[in-house]
Design a protein around this ligand. Structure first.
Ligand SMILES: NC(=O)c1ccc[n+]([C@@H]2O[C@H](COP(=O)([O-])OP(=O)(O)OC[C@H]3O[C@@H](n4cnc5c(N)ncnc54)[C@H](OP(=O)(O)O)[C@@H]3O)[C@@H](O)[C@H]2O)c1
Length: 290
């Protein structure tokens, strides 16, 4: 029942493996992202999650180099921006250049919508066509796996039903934490051999799960901090989890997980029944009902 550096991995539908805990980098701003990535890699992280939209790929690449950890030991994910749906190949090459790597392990469609950069309004565009462009990247060897993010079940079904979609996404990266557990959707994705990545696992700043009394009470039992309990819960339910921090001691502590007792695991599973559902990320052009 003691905290240990998490070395769990998850096997994807193309037989590759992915470390279960990653460093998230959304809102890791200029001057922060490089150091955070370096600290993480030097303290046993082997999985980094970034995106073109985060505007920090260049710093993430520098952090990788400065860490001294060989590229082949690192699992690196970046994402196709909503503003780049009509130039997938170029956008991908630009990400590689900024990251200063020859390949990425995982390339995700960040959201299933094309968005105009200036107005932030949606532009008509079929995400299935965009996914087909992403499939082509696999042939270059510069992407090991492709996947999606922020896909609803309805969108997932449409994608999988298309006869020209010949490569199943390996993951769907979605918001998941105790106040948005999405149990049924996770089960459905897993039945379809698609793994699930949990973003905002600490509730980001708005949901504030770090200060949640129930999480704090469970944490005390394990001499852990709330962040470690939230990451442990996410790993224990079989999701890949992406806690973000730019604070050295939090980066280090978030990778240390513990196996929760059935009782404590259930307590966290049921938290949303007591406190209600809370979604943190919902940009204005998004529609989770369609
Ligand atoms: N695909 C998507 O659309 C999408 C959307 C959102 C997020 N993501 C990914 O998922 C990652 C995680 O989500 P997130 O960044 O929104 O939120 P998060 O990881 O749930 O929370 C991050 C916040 O928690 C703080 N924090 C981290 N560890 C802590 C600890 N042990 N104790 C107290 N506070 C702690 C961080 O502060 P400090 O940094 O100051 O330490 C930061 O303010 C992102 O970084 C990104 O990689 C993807």
């Amino acid at each position: 029942m003691s905290l240990t550096v998490d070395t769990n991995t998850v096997t994807l539908n193309n037989k590759t493996t992915i470390p279960a805990v990653a460093l998230g980098t959304w809102q890791a701003s200029t001057g922060e992202a490089k150091e955070a990535v370096k600290v993480a890699l030097q303290n046993h992280y082997r999985h980094i999650d970034t995106a073109a939209l985060y505007k920090n790929e260049a710093e993430v690449g520098e952090g990788i180099i400065e860490s001294g950890i060989p590229r082949e030991e690192i699992y690196l994910t970046t994402k196709l921006a909503v503003t780049d749906f009509f130039n997938v190949q170029e956008a991908f090459e630009e990400s590689l250049k900024k990251l200063k790597v020859d390949y990425v392990d995982l390339y995700l469609m960040h959201w299933p919508y094309a968005v105009n950069q200036e107005t932030q309004e949606r532009i008509p565009c079929d995400f299935v066509d965009v996914y087909k462009e992403m499939q082509k990247l696999l042939k270059t060897g510069k992407v090991k796996s492709i996947g999606v993010s922020n896909f609803t079940k309805k969108k997932m079904e449409r994608l999988l039903a298309d006869p020209e979609v010949t490569v199943k996404p390996v993951v769907n990266q979605i918001e998941l934490h105790p106040l948005l557990p999405q149990d049924e959707f996770i089960a459905w994705l897993k039945e379809n051999d698609i793994q699930v990545e949990a973003y905002c696992p600490l509730g980001s700043s708005q949901a504030n799960l770090i200060d949640n009394e129930t999480i704090k009470t469970v944490a005390e039992k394990y001499h852990a901090d709330p962040g470690q309990i939230l990451v442990s819960w996410a790993v224990q339910r079989g999701t890949i989890v992406l806690p973000k921090s730019v604070t050295e001691h939090r980066i280090i502590s978030n990778l240390k997980t513990v196996v929760l007792s059935d009782e404590d695991f259930e307590t966290i599973n049921n938290l949303h029944k007591k406190e209600g559902i809370k979604r943190v990320v919902n940009p204005k052009w998004n529609d989770f009902d369609d």
